[in-house]
Design a protein. Structure first.
Length: 69
C-alpha cells in the first residue's frame, strides 16, 4: 500500500524516535570485535609485527607496504 508524503514523514518521525530511545553500544570501545563492523573487514595476522589486525583488503596491502625497505 503506497503512502502519501505526509504519512511517510509521520512514519519516519515515529521510527526515528524509537531508534533514539534504544541505548547504543559504547562507540569508544577499541576491541577487535567493534572494529569489524564493516562487512569488508577481516582478521589479518602480520608475521612481521606479530599482531592480529582487523583490516580491509586495501588496508592490508598498505600495512604490508609499510614493512618494505
Amino acid at each position: 500500500m503506497p503512502l502519501t508524503p505526509l504519512e511517510r514523514m509521520q512514519h519516519e518521525a515515529t521510527c526515528r524516535s524509537a531508534e533514539e530511545q534504544q541505548p547504543e553500544d559504547d562507540p569508544t570501545d577499541d576491541s577487535p570485535q567493534a572494529a569489524s563492523t564493516s562487512a569488508l573487514t577481516r582478521l589479518y595476522h602480520c608475521d612481521l609485527c606479530n599482531k592480529d589486525l582487523t583490516l580491509t583488503s586495501t588496508q592490508i596491502l598498505k600495512h604490508k607496504r609499510q614493512h618494505l625497505p
